[in-house]
Design a binder for this molecule. Structure first.
Ligand SMILES: Nc1nc2c(c(=O)[nH]1)N[C@H]1C(S)=C(S)[C@@H](COP(=O)(O)O)O[C@H]1N2
Ligand SMILES: [Mo]
Length: 495
């Protein structure tokens, strides 16, 4: 077998450093938006096994999970400073590249026989690796394996990173996709549940960071020049030049991160559009066709639900709520043959009343399991009969962000847009009940959307009006929803 490292392996090594560092930083940004980890599906406040925040939440008034968000420095997170939307764009954009490069790399490993280097070919390799560790700890360099460029513990750790840790991160990451969870509930159950997947994904991050730290340290221990030469030229030659190139590449990597971070913070809208175009294209193909098939048992229901968004703080709403929403009317219009106006009573006595027990996923990372009852959205669609040019549905709510949540970023009426196809999914619901009771105010009374293949922010609460449109670019800032407009979230959020 070829002793040196082939060129494609060296290119992959370099590309991988770029992808991994972006994945790590953007991953920390995502963690920072809900800096708590759980081993239970309910994300019950106080039940976290790890927390990365010092904030203490008030007990005497309603707080929402955006109040719990942390602002991390750009040094550790991408882009830093409470930018979940932009962090997600970077995470998903780079993960696409990382997976494509990784698949190509593994395919080449197998095609060329190079994979044997990273595979333990006999049990003996394990005691040998142990011996190697002992030798390292006594400040000696262990011998390399016969005919191979590295020793037993190196072989085992590289093999574990390529064939175990990388797939583990892909699986635990994918298991946090509401679209996958909704379509294949067994998949997330297999990992112990949604919060297990999230916690495991974090432990995978620690393993990666740990590996990178030890790996770089070992390169120094073994001889920086000769080791980096192997990765640049494929063999041990010109150590001084290899050192210079490596240091220049390291500076280049830092410059790339600084430039990307500065650009993202200075031009968030352009970043959102550019990265979003790629990410949404992939999601539209892979995730949008998935439909929800969930039915959790009653025992699985969460005792408590976290809240996101502050209820309408207006007299008309409070008066309506005091009268159990007797005066409420849902307006349905836009590009439809028959615009309608429905009272809550009419919605409650609709021919079909559907109940579903499902997992709720907030974009921030927390989850809970709830039972929702209401009218399937497809029935409303059939009643009003959208015109052929209708492609999206807009949900306009009674919440005015500037009025109801003055401390938050952005203003104006909260709205969200979904593609018309989503209305035909079997578990897309206009819910007026939660856990067998009328929908509580904090959870969206009198009417909210349930769209079980998407993350939570798409499920507008306090709905006032539904409008069918051909294009959403003239609504608000045109990005497809209040969160998309104001905090640069992504659209079609199946993950
Ligand atoms: N009108 C409105 N709807 C909203 C929000 C909001 O801020 N305003 N927050 C969304 C988010 S981010 C989530 S996670 C869910 C939370 O639903 P819950 O508060 O019932 O748990 O509602 C969604 N619907
Ligand atoms: Mo959310």
């Amino acid at each position: 077998m070829e002793f040196g490292y082939p060129w494609w392996l060296r290119v992959e090594h370099l590309v991988n450093i770029i992808f991994m560092t972006f994945l790590i930083r953007s991953g920390i940004e995502i963690l920072g938006t809900h800096p708590k980890l759980y081993w239970n599906e309910h994300s019950k406040p106080g039940s976290e096994w790890a927390r990365f925040t010092r904030k203490v939440m008030p007990r005497d008034r309603l707080y929402d999970t955006l109040d719990e968000e942390e602002s991390y420095s750009s040094i550790v997170s991408m882009p830093g400073h409470k930018n979940l939307g932009l962090g997600r764009h970077w995470h998903f954009f780079t993960v696409i590249g990382w997976i494509l490069a990784g698949v190509l790399y593994v395919a080449l490993l197998f095609l060329t026989g190079q994979w044997r280097r990273y595979f333990p070919y006999s049990w003996e390799i394990f005691p040998m690796a142990y011996q190697d560790v002992v030798q390292y700890l006594s400040f000696e360099l262990p011998p390399t394996l016969p005919g191979q460029p590295f020793n037993a513990v190196q072989k085992l750790s590289y093999g574990a990173v390529i064939f175990l840790l990388a797939p583990f991160q892909i699986i635990t990451g994918a298991a946090q996709s509401p679209a996958l969870e909704a379509r294949f509930p067994w998949f997330v159950r297999m990992l112990g549940g949604r919060q297990w997947a999230r916690s495991l994904h974090f432990l995978g991050l620690l393993a990666f960071v740990g590996f990178i730290g030890v790996h770089v340290f070992m390169v120094i221990v073994h001889g920086f020049g000769q080791e980096t030469a192997k990765m640049i030229f494929g063999r041990q030659t010109l150590p001084a030049l290899a050192t210079a190139i490596t240091l220049a590449a390291a500076v280049g990597l830092v410059v790339l991160h600084v430039a990307a971070t500065k650009y993202t913070l200075a031009r968030p809208r352009s970043t959102q559009r550019a990265l979003g175009a790629v990410v949404m294209g992939v999601r539209r193909v892979l995730l949008n066709p998935l439909t929800s098939r969930q039915s959790y048992p009653r025992e699985a229901l969460s005792p408590e639900h976290r809240v996101n968004g502050k209820p309408p703080n207006a007299d008309f709403y409070k008066i309506m709520a005091a009268h159990n929403f007797a005066g409420y009317r849902l307006e349905v219009g836009g590009l439809v043959e028959r615009p309608m106006s429905l009272s809550l009573e009419e919605l409650r006595t609709f021919p079909t009343k559907q109940t579903q027990r499902v997992l709720h996923n907030c974009v921030q990372g927390w989850s809970s399991i709830g039972e929702w009852t209401g009218v399937p959205l497809r029935q409303i669609v059939e009643l009003v009969r959208p015109l052929p040019e209708a492609r999206y549905i807009v949900f306009l709510t009674m919440q005015d962000s500037g009025r109801d949540e003055p401390s938050a970023e952005g203003a104006g009426r909260f709205y969200e847009v979904i593609p018309l196809e989503f209305a035909h999914h079997p578990q897309t619901l206009l819910a007026y009940e939660m856990n067998g009771e009328p929908l509580p105010i904090k959870h969206g009374a009198p009417l909210r959307l349930r769209l079980e293949t998407q993350v939570g922010f798409k499920m507008a609460k306090w709905i006032e009006r539904i409008e069918f449109v051909s294009d959403h670019s003239i609504i608000g800032e045109g990005m497809g929803g209040w969160r998309e407009d104001n905090v640069f979230y992504d659209r079609d959020v199946g993950i």
